[in-house]
Design a protein around this ligand. Sequence first.
Ligand code: ADP
Length: 480
Amino acid sequence: MIDTLVQSIFINGKWQNAETDKTTTVYNPATLEPVAEVADGGEDETNKAIAAASTAFSTWSELTGRKRSKILYKAHQLMLEETDRLAKLLTSEQGKPLKEAKGEIKGAANFLLWYAEEASRSYGEWIPSSIKSKRMLVMPQPVGVVGAITPWNFPASMITRKIAPALAAGCTVVLKPAPETPLSAIEIVKILERAGMPNGVVNLVTGDAEAIGNAMLTNKDVRLITFTGSTKVGKYLMRESAEHVKKLSLELGGHAPIIVFDDADLEKAANLSLASKFRNNGQTCICANRLYVHESVKDKFTKILTEKVKQLKIGSGLDEGTDLGPLINEQASIKVQAHLDDAVEKGAQIICGGTKWDGELNGYFYQPTVLSGITDDMLVMNEETFGPIIPIQPFSDEAAVINKANDTDYGLAAYIFTEKTNRAISVSEKLDYGIVGVNDVFPAVAEAPFGGVKQSGIGKEGGHYGMEEFLERKFVSMGI
Ligand code: ADP
């Protein structure tokens, strides 16, 4: 299925190896077996890619939105046609169950479709002037060359969520995927190539994160950096972007609370809490990290949830019926264990799970775990675990639980379960988060804005808001 040595750097329409011929290995996280060797590029390749993107910008940005739209639409179709192959490849480098990988490919294709549609709807404004002899015009114009840096947890959809609006707006792109998951990125760029993307409009550099990032930061021609990843790296990019005052769009960490009120539909709340927590094995920035359940329903809810958790099937994502794949790497496994040890040391009880999974596969598997006896000082209640642990804490007072939910530097997604509309609205208003799910845990869709507040990020991806990030608003003031 996979070539062992992949030419993974794409500059000005040409696939190539690293100039040094250095490569890095991509591993299947379920088996720890190598799946491919990709180019280990760095600053030189990135600067060449930026130069190609700068040259291509003048022609790409001058095309009509309709023309850009056609290419994006074609890419959307090609991606859907290849869903099965792309999903398998994604699972082999990332580990998530095949059914989730297929969902991701369809979601990724949706971004191409949405922005194919948006490309021709980039409106400006005519401002009524207070002076009779003036006319005032606001023109949307593409920002310029975009550096896109993407993570491993959604190797396909995080790419199209960034580059589809950038391309629709008329920007050109240099993409740097996560070193763990470059294969999906390569396939997406190949699809864009087959869809007729002109040379230089999309460029791809795999390799050394710091070196590639450094070239994007220091090269004046990159006008915007769009990044999804850790808050730590996001802050670094923000600091270093100051030198050239680059625009930034940042999707950073989360620490999502789920609040289950006493009037919730408990079956629904349990099903969706499970879906939120164990999707991608807990490795999503919007997945539930901590659950607050009203004390009057806590025992019942915990029982329903635990029964469902015990049914989850662990294994290779490529095997039919798998619900939970491996964690991405050893570091992730160490973090999950540290969070669990800390909780147990501070008095948490393990209701189910609580250990690594010792199946026959070599990857970093962990059993889905439910904890009670949770106190506010535990790591699980203060940091993103990024793994399959659900800590459940009871609450009695609405205002107090909202305070707890808000008592964090993060502000990406929060969820509430209630059947009362008034409560749904008033609590949504009080939650200090960019996204609130009410009886819903899947808010990441092509047509709606996704993004955090506080240290969870800057800017929005998705919907017409997502395209706005890649546009400047030029004001033309005319005397007549
Ligand atoms: P995680 O810990 O989840 O892997 P990171 O923030 O480290 O999150 O990674 C997200 C993306 O940022 C990846 O593509 C990674 O290679 C990239 N990255 C990491 N460090 C840097 C850096 N110094 N400059 C640019 N990109 C970086």
